[in-house]
Design a protein around this ligand. Structure first.
Ligand SMILES: C[S@@+](CC[C@H](N)C(=O)[O-])C[C@H]1O[C@@H](n2cnc3c(N)ncnc32)[C@H](O)[C@@H]1O
Length: 214
């Protein structure tokens, strides 16, 4: 795996996100992240870990987190956060579309605000399905296209937004794609129409758990 997956350098976005995202921890972000990770155990892969805001919220029953992050500046911050985590966290350069793990090797995969940004949503979720053991869980905290006028506004803003926000798309329907690739969605809870406390034009924020059937 190369040190800098091509096409994933977003130095301005990384600087802004690295500085501002920790502020969402007090606006409901920490609670949402804790809930995202609650009850996980064993070996976990985290997709697009950014600056590593999830790391301190992993429960002690998790034996090892392997966190992938393609953006070099965010990855440096993640390495720092990994050293402060209470569970073992290894940070690697990598993308969700090519997970460097054998088939059926992971107890869980975690994604927080990443499915909006991957280049290939279906391909990434097929990789999640491939690396999960039967009965393994996919946990996600993701914003998806909102209904009505909010959704239409997202469609309108998306081309500009994705340029300034490191490739994030406002109007994906990632939850539907999770089910489409054959993961069984067991929980789906709407957290509201802000992204971790930041009011955006109308995305729905979802906390979900899906399982690879036995
Ligand atoms: C909005 S940030 C979220 C970061 C972190 N998960 C969090 O919760 O704070 C989106 C992240 O997805 C990463 N990303 C973008 N494309 C990706 C891909 N194809 N595979 C994995 N991660 C990707 C970005 O580099 C960035 O770190």
């Amino acid at each position: 795996m190369g040190q800098h997956p091509p096409g994933h350098r977003h130095p301005i976005f990384a600087r802004v996100y690295g500085a501002l995202a920790p502020l969402t921890e007090v606006g409901g972000g920490a609670r949402a992240r804790r809930e995202l990770l609650l009850g996980l155990r064993g070996s976990v892969v985290e997709l697009g870990c950014g600056s590593g805001l999830n790391f301190r919220h992993y429960p002690g029953a998790v034996s090892r987190v392997t966190a992938l992050e393609p953006e070099p500046m965010l990855r440096r911050l993640a390495h720092r956060a990994a050293r402060r985590a209470r569970v073992r966290v290894e940070v690697l350069a990598g993308v969700a579309e090519h997970l460097p793990f054998p088939d059926g090797s992971q107890d869980a995969v975690v994604s927080a605000l990443v499915l909006c940004s991957v280049d290939d949503l279906a391909g990434s979720l097929k990789e999640v399905r491939r690396v999960l053991r039967p009965g393994g869980e996919f946990r996600f905290l993701e914003h998806v296209r909102g209904p009505g006028v909010g959704g239409a506004l997202e469609d309108l803003l998306d081309p500009l937004w994705s340029r300034i926000a490191g490739g994030c798309h406002l109007n994906r329907e990632s939850d539907l794609e999770v089910a489409r690739v054959g993961l069984r969605v067991e929980e789906l809870r709407e957290l509201g129409t802000t992204v971790l406390g930041i009011p955006l034009p109308g995305p729905r924020m979802l906390l979900g758990a899906a399982r690879l059937p036995l």
